[in-house]
Design a protein around this ligand. Structure first.
Ligand code: SAM
Length: 472
């Protein structure tokens, strides 16, 4: 099977690989890197963003995490047809050259190389070296500079986290803070079988696929290990089709089995499947989970549950009324350890901040530009002012005018700052402070967890009695 880019990241970005462009915080864009554009356009595929245009030729062959500057050349959003003609002419020239005009061809290639090197001066050295080696195809028509590259992006490998932040939302999705907690509470691990409904946009599906991944069928390790599986169900056909394509494109076909099904009415049994899922874990992100739960019992002949182990469940519901109906069903149907959680995810903004500089008395020191030396210098000045003040007070025999009272209270505040600064270790970069972000994402959904204990039959009891006989 084709290795999934979510589990096996190539050492550097390569053609036809899935990559995530990190435009800015909370703005990520998934792209498939193409060495050539589908329409044969000379410059290869181009991704246009609000931070500029990025020809894929400048994105291939980079270390993951590289910063890439926007192209300084016309990347074809304008005059594409003209460029295509230019490319056809170029192809013609090249084939002429191949037919004998070797000199002309070499000159042309060199001049293109020079102009391109100028044009992508923001590209990392590795890329430029590849261009110089000739191992990278030259976008021969990319010559006319129009405007300076306006921005940059970082190129990241795909992960379930970056996929969640960048995927095309067809529905509400489960975000990383929720699914990381859910998967560990469900004890999902390599080799687990998990049932998921509804699949929606596939955000949870990708995280679950990574959690269960334990090698591919037919691989050398597959004989020794139990392979993990995500049994995913969705009743909205267009969503099924889109997700199925993504699962295929992401090399997850052997790990995720997506079924088009209304699980509330039709249940989870798949008569056509070679064997029932034998799920160890269940995740339900549905409007009425209790309707699906009635099909998740051990009693039915084709039960999709693991018959010999406890099954862990999580339902994900935005409203408390849904929680009440779910919990009521679970109580009446042998589920145990039922409890509900809510993830209150807060992002902490942690940074270094100059000490005491904003306070009165040190106002003259620019907090952002201040160095510790500056701060210490100002503190010395404060100390001098303080001792002058006390000396003057002595002279005035303890009588303090209104103005002097003002000076005194300022001096006291300054003294407090001095003591505060002295008590702390000064870092050149400032002290570490933390704040919660102003825009806090709070409620997403209520998470109901429960466990269905493993089935225990007369045969199990007998075996147990033989193994551990009760003494007389
Ligand atoms: N967990 C998904 C994710 O992380 O991308 C999002 C799920 S979305 C909120 C809920 C999905 O459940 C929708 O796509 C909806 O079509 C599907 N759904 C609702 N009722 C269903 C049912 N009875 N059977 C199967 N799918 C159902």
């Amino acid at each position: 099977a084709k290795p999934s880019p979510f589990f096996h990241t190539p050492p550097a970005t390569e053609a036809d690989a899935l990559a995530i462009l990190h435009l800015k915080r909370d703005s990520l864009l998934p792209i498939t890197l193409r060495a050539t554009a589908d329409d044969g356009y000379a410059e290869g595929a181009v991704t246009n963003t609000r931070f500029g245009s990025f020809p894929h030729s400048t994105l291939i062959g980079l270390d993951w995490g590289s910063q890439v500057r926007a192209s300084k050349v016309d990347t074809g959003t304008r005059g594409r047809k003209g460029k295509q003609k230019q490319q056809r002419d170029q192809d013609q020239d090249d084939s002429n050259a191949a037919a004998g005009c070797a000199d002309g061809s070499t000159k042309k290639r060199k001049s293109d190389e020079a102009s391109l090197t100028d044009d992508i001066s923001g590209a990392p050295a590795k890329k430029l070296k590849q261009l110089a080696d000739g191992t990278q195809q030259l976008p021969t028509a990319a010559k006319a500079p129009i405007e300076a590259g306006s921005g940059f992006v970082h190129i990241l490998p795909p992960t379930p986290e970056s996929w969640t932040s960048s995927l095309d939302h067809r529905t509400q999705v489960v975000y990383t803070p929720d699914y990381s907690y859910i998967l560990q509470r469900l004890r999902v691990r390599p080799g687990s079988a998990i049932i998921e409904a509804g699949a929606g946009s596939g955000s949870f599906t990708h995280a679950a696929a990574r959690a269960v991944y334990n090698g591919y069928p037919g691989s050398s390790t597959s004989k020794k290990r139990k392979l993990g599986k995500v049994y995913s169900y969705e009743y909205h056909e267009p969503r099924v089709q889109t997700l199925r394509q993504e699962i295929h494109d992401h090399g997850l076909d052997s790990i995720v089995e997506l079924t088009h099904r209304d699980v509330c009415n039709e249940g989870f049994e798949t008569p056509e499947a070679p064997s029932p899922p034998k799920a160890d874990a269940i995740f339900l992100d549905l409007p009425a989970p209790w309707l699906a739960l009635k099909h998740l019992t051990r009693s039915s002949p084709g039960s999709p549950l693991n018959p010999s182990a406890a099954v862990h469940l999580c339902t994900f519901s935005p409203c408390i009324e849904q929680v009440i109906s779910t919990v009521s069903f679970l109580r009446k149907n042998n589920w145990t350890e039922i409890n509900m959680f809510e993830i209150q995810h807060k992002r902490l903004d942690v940074r270094r901040e100059r000490v005491g500089l904003k306070e009165e008395g040190l106002r003259g020191v620019n907090a952002s530009a201040a160095t510790v030396d500056e701060a210490v210098q100002r503190l010395r000045e404060v100390e001098t002012k303080l001792s002058d003040f006390h000396a003057n007070k002595d002279v005035a025999n303890g009588r303090t005018s209104g103005k002097e009272k003002k000076i005194q209270s300022k001096a006291e505040r300054l003294e407090k700052i001095r003591q505060d600064v002295e008590g702390r270790k000064l870092y050149k970069e400032g002290n570490l402070v933390q704040r919660t972000e102003p825009e806090v994402k709070t409620h997403t959904s209520y998470l109901v967890f429960a466990i269905l204990p493993g089935a225990w039959t007369e045969v199990d009891e007998q075996a147990c009695a033989e193994k551990w006989p009760v003494g007389d």
